[in-house]
Design a protein around this ligand. Structure first.
Ligand code: MCN
Ligand code: CUM
Length: 806
């Protein structure tokens, strides 16, 4: 018999640990249509709920008559604000410290707002019921423009706040004002501007858009009257937070609430918040005693849940004539719609927007943000955004390009001149962050070389000459973007949600035969956690990733976690996974020492087990140790092999990247072609390069959509214009450009495995690269800044305004 001993490489490969392009294990079920989504939950006697919605963006509700609706066959109940008031649920708290109507209470504040909830035996009957509900509206003046929201004669939107001059985040200046948030040193910044050689000032808008995941928001609520227990299946990015919120507002003991987030068909931030549908379905199941399902349709999703952006950023940069930046001043007008329903950590009314100094060594900076109410849907901080970092990155990256143009400098050169240097890390930014690690110069040089930046600029110069000579109608743009992300919310010292610190968690349980289960407080919506979490464990404790099952999303079994958003899973839950694995490894080492009859200190770790130092044949694999954990542990030790870790990160992680976009635009039609898009990402230690590439492809596609056409626009009367995929640009394979990806690796010094997040980076860095490409194309014609989205029509309008087309 010839027993082949596997080589080190074979043993390592078998683990499929960190660094391996392991195939996504969840895709086995997803690609065969075997995923289990909320809509797959079908319970006996289940009812369906659906909303009566307001056609008016601002109106008083004079009366609601439900009589005819209740007569419709199949309709069992019609819930209104009056019904909800009997259980004190007509309004609900938002994550941003505001309150929000669950169902219209006296008036409506945005088009399609929820007015009544019709519960019926099936969805069709519910819709017939909706048609029969009679609502008498008295239209009120509409406030759409955030810039006039604080005008003296602006209509009072939030009557519930009238007279309240202090809100959740301090004083309010006006009846439509929500908060003012300021960071930085105003005096020093003003002084820097006073003595600057060169300054720029531009109002840079980041328009309103929407994450629009394939699966809309939905839930099934089932109340067991005998046990007094409420079970909620829902599309939740943060299931435990939902459980706590329900316990607090519905006054049901938290152990009697079971929240289950099954497979999720994309979240992108849309599934962080709490929506009226969840509350109404929960109330409906308690009232009727039957399970109630609520499933949003596409229009409802686009027009009512969780918009993104709508930030209007007046940006000023001060610099020396050599192009060294000396100060940054930004004022943001933040349009929050009817309710401030942003999902930020509690103390951050504008998220982490104060990362707006970006990758540059600004000695001083000042930021102020004014949040205002308008007659638009609530939401905010969603859509692959890391809590307003997308807006911040767009603001500074556009600003740097505008400065380069004014200085007549190359935008890449201006960036290289102002980057925080590798030796400055950990770097303290002027607006209060401590960047953990970075090497911006190396990344930028690598990127410029790979795309032949100098060659592209030469080509552009030639094309511009040819355009001026009338030989071509095409203009070429090179978009440069270098972003610094801030992900991993967050350290308990500055991050909480409703008072709960933003740690994350992992529980690992190894079975006797050397396989196991890991339960994690995060919740994948497509990011591939089942694949990558097992890879961390494989490397840490030498059990093949295939032998570790990863489970998330059930609050009864998973340890308390704060969920998945803000690319926090790798920085926080990923760290908890490594720490739990290390606890297991420490116990395993004691067991191995006992089995091998040596002192623990005499053992060394070797890929998948422990070896006695100097005696390589004396070895116990993790598989052997798992078995031993259940029958021969050292005297006094408890049997079993499991561990749990709750990880409170000491700092955020700061991934970064260099993105370049090359675009050609026909000035007569506005039609653009993305010729090249190159993305270099540095997310520290890479767990699964293939998943990272997938995340980058997806995020870039979203960035492309946002920069080049996607928009939730409102007309002057408050009608929402982006309510369906007829009007809302969702790129398909046909429009999507080819992506070139690249990387550098600068590990995080404080993360147990050195990993930083990556999920949101491509959206953060991608949008400025596209927009800078368009702006760069037009710049030689005298243009300074063209607002997004840069669709064909707007490109043509820009060309027309610049006098180069008719
Ligand atoms: N990863 C890795 N190595 C790293 C960093 C990350 O291999 N150094 C892997 C992770 O293990 C994980 C994935 O990349 O499988 C994303 O990890 P991370 O960056 O930590 O982000 P999260 O898991 O916290 O995901 C959240 C992020 C956000 S906030 C949005 S919005 C978004 C995004 O992920 N939504 C998505 N990507 C998405 N991708 C899909 N398919 N669907 C969504 O809804
Ligand atoms: Cu801001 S979208 Mo992601 O954080 O779920």
């Amino acid at each position: 018999m010839n027993v082949m001993t596997p080589t080190r490489e074979q043993r390592e490969a078998k683990l499929e640990g960190m660094g391996c392009k392991r195939k996504r294990v969840e895709d086995v079920r997803f690609t065969q249509g075997k995923g289990q989504y909320v809509d797959d939950v079908k319970l006996p006697g289940m009812l369906h709920g659906d909303f009566v919605r307001s056609p008016y963006p601002h109106a008083r509700i004079k009366s609601i008559n439900t009589e005819k609706a209740l007569a419709v066959k199949g309709v069992l109940a019609v819930i209104t604000a009056e019904t909800l008031k009997t259980v004190n649920l007509a309004w609900m708290p938002t994550l941003a410290g505001d309150v929000q109507m669950v169902l219209a209470d006296g008036k409506v504040l945005f088009q399609n707002q929820e007015v009544a909830f019709v519960v019926a035996t099936d969805r069709y009957a519910a819709d017939d019921g909706i048609a029969a509900v009679e609502v008498d509206y008295e239209p009120l003046p509409v406030q759409v423009d955030p810039f006039t929201s604080m005008a003296e004669d602006a209509p009072v939107l939030r009557e519930d706040l009238e007279g309240k001059m202090v809100g959740a985040h301090g004083p309010r200046k006006h009846h439509n004002h929500i908060f003012e948030w300021t960071v930085g040193d105003r005096e020093l910044t003003d002084a820097a501007f006073a003595k600057a050689d060169v300054t720029i000032k531009e109002m840079i808008s980041y328009h309103r858009t929407h994450p629009s995941p394939l699966e809309t928001c939905q839930c099934v609520c089932s109340f067991d009257k005998i046990k007094g227990e409420l079970t909620i299946w829902g599309t939740f990015q943060a299931p435990h937070v939902i459980r706590t919120v329900v316990a607090l507002i519905a006054k049901i003991p938290e152990h009697k609430i079971h929240v289950i987030a099954p497979d999720i068909g994309g979240g992108f931030g849309n599934k962080v918040g709490a929506y009226p549908g969840y509350i109404c379905a929960a109330v409906a199941t308690i009232v009727t005693g039957k399970p109630v399902k609520w499933v949003e349709d596409r229009m409802e999703n686009l027009t009512t849940t969780s918009f993104a952006r709508d930030y209007h950023m007046t940006t000023e940069i001060a610099a020396t004539k050599e192009g060294k930046v000396t100060g940054l001043r930004v004022h943001v007008l933040a349009d929050h719609g009817a309710f401030d329903a942003c999902a930020d950590p509690s103390k951050w009314p504008a998220g982490f927007f104060n990362i707006v100094t970006g990758s540059y060594d600004f000695p001083v900076a000042h930021l102020s943000v004014d949040g205002v109410y308008t007659n638009k849907a609530p939401g905010g901080v969603a859509y692959r955004c890391s809590f307003r970092v997308t807006e911040a990155a767009y603001c500074i990256e556009r600003g740097m390009d505008i400065l380069a143009q004014k200085l007549n400098m190359d935008p890449a050169e201006l960036r290289l001149k102002n980057f925080v240097k590798a030796e400055q890390f950990p770097y303290h930014s002027a607006l209060g962050w401590e960047y953990d690690s970075g090497d911006y110069h190396t990344a930028m040089h690598q990127a410029m070389e790979k795309i032949d930046y100098a060659g592209l600029r030469r080509e552009q110069t030639e094309k511009r000459e040819a355009f001026k000579r009338g030989e071509t109608r095409e203009i070429m743009g090179i978009g440069v973007s270098f972003f610094t992300e801030i992900v991993g919310a967050g350290p308990s010292k500055n991050c909480d949600i409703l008072g709960i610190a933003m740690f994350d968690s992992c529980e690992i349980r190894l079975h006797p035969t050397g396989a196991g289960i890991a339960r994690v407080g995060s919740k994948s919506q497509g990011q591939g956690h089942e694949t990558t979490w097992a890879q961390i464990i494989a490397t840490e404790i030498g059990i093949p990733a295939d032998d570790i099952m990863v489970e998330e999303g059930n609050t009864d079994t998973a340890p308390y976690g704060l969920g998945t958003y803000g690319s926090r899973s790798t920085p926080v839950a990923g760290a908890a996974i490594a720490m739990a694995a290390r606890k297991i490894k420490a116990k395993a080492q004691m067991i191995a020492a006992y089995l091998l009859e040596v002192h623990e200190g005499d053992l060394e770790w070797d890929i998948d087990g422990f070896r006695v130092k100097g005696l390589p044949e004396k070895y116990k694999s993790m598989k052997d140790i798992c078995w031993a954990a259940y029958n021969s542990v050292p005297p006094g030790m408890e049997p079993g092999l499991e561990a749990v870790s709750y990880y409170d990160p000491p700092n955020m992680t700061y991934p970064f990247g260099a993105y370049f976009c090359v675009m050609d635009i026909d000035v007569d039609t506005g039609v653009y072609k993305v010729r090249r898009f190159y993305a270099l990402d540095d997310c520290g230690t890479r767990i699964n390069p293939m998943i990272i590439e997938g995340q980058v492809h997806g995020g870039l596609t979203e960035a492309f959509a946002i920069a080049m056409g996607q928009e939730i626009r409102y007309d002057d009367s408050g009608n929402v214009m982006g309510g369906s995929f007829m009007d809302f640009f969702l790129p398909t394979a046909v429009e999507t450009p080819h992506w070139e990806t690249d990387f550098t690796v600068t590990p995080s010094p404080h993360h147990p495995i050195g990993a930083k997040g990556v999920g949101e980076s491509p959206n953060v860095g991608g949008v400025p690269a596209f927009s800078n490409a368009v702006n760069d194309a037009f710049s030689f014609l005298g243009s300074t800044h063209i607002q997004m989205p840069h669709d064909y029509w707007r490109n043509w309008e820009a060309a027309k305004a610049l006098g180069v087309t008719g």
